[in-house]
Design a binder for this molecule. Structure first.
Ligand code: CA
Length: 245
């Protein structure tokens, strides 16, 4: 029986979510502030954490950051804010998904099911298979078995999860890394925003597709602008591509 931690300071909302989850057959724990939530998340092994962002004590983003230093428990952020940047910050900090308040309980339950399913798939060798299939489907020959992808002086080492330019490390978030890897693996193939979104955020992701543009901006700021190149090309109305030299 999956065990879910609810970290939410609006006690009525926390209780309401708890009752619904128990009704669905989940086991639950609650915390009404960030510090307690973090302690529970550290001490026990939850299958999923529902984490409010605006919390007394430690806010949700801080809880998530600290938790990620120790554990990879999937997290769905509950946010009252509705700006894309906040969501990107949350996803970059290691959240799996987010839901904006107020939400319909059915929507939350659907996202919980997706997150738990994804976790189960990941527990196997899902990750490797998925990326191999992704590269295979797009018909690329650019993905060597060693997992090192190159473009000019750029080197992306998949096994070490490291990107460098001329040996100098470029620090990327998980999703920036995945985005770059997908584009490098599919060199010369224009990938649509939807395709990139699916590869980077997972196919069940239900947020906005303009998150792809935000990641591309981040990558350009960290690579193109720093090294004076035009690696990430926009194909207007279609998507993005990295071209061979
Ligand atoms: Ca709150």
């Amino acid at each position: 029986m999956p065990k879910i931690l609810i970290v939410e300071d609006e006690e009525k909302l926390a209780r309401f979510i708890e009752l619904e989850l128990i009704h669905e057959g989940y086991e639950t724990e609650k915390a009404f502030d960030g510090r307690t939530g973090l302690e529970l998340a550290r001490q026990q092994d939850f299958d999923l954490i529902l984490l409010d962002i605006m919390l007394p004590g430690l806010n949700g983003m801080e809880v998530l950051r600290r938790l990620r230093q120790e554990k990879a428990t999937p997290v769905i952020l509950l946010t009252a804010r509705d700006s894309v940047m906040d969501k990107v910050a949350g996803l970059d900090a290691g959240a799996m998904d987010y839901i904006t308040k107020p939400f319909a309980i059915e929507e939350l339950l659907a996202r919980i099911r997706v997150s738990l399913k994804y976790r189960k798939a990941e527990a196997g060798d899902g990750a490797t298979t998925a990326s191999a299939t992704a590269a295979g489907q797009a018909g690329t020959a650019n993905s060597p078995a060693s997992g090192v992808l190159r473009w000019r002086s750029l080197e992306l080492d998949d096994s070490r999860h490291r990107v460098a330019w001329d040996g100098q490390e470029i620090v990327l978030t998980n999703r920036e890394f995945l985005m770059l890897k997908t584009l490098l693996e599919n060199r010369d193939i224009v990938l649509s925003r939807d395709t990139l979104l699916e590869r980077v955020c997972g196919y069940d992701y239900m947020g906005e597709t303009n998150i792809v543009d935000v990641y591309v901006r981040h990558l350009r700021a960290k690579i193109d602008e720093v090294y004076g190149v035009k690696m990430l090309q926009t194909i207007r109305g279609v998507g993005y591509v990295i071209r061979s030299e």
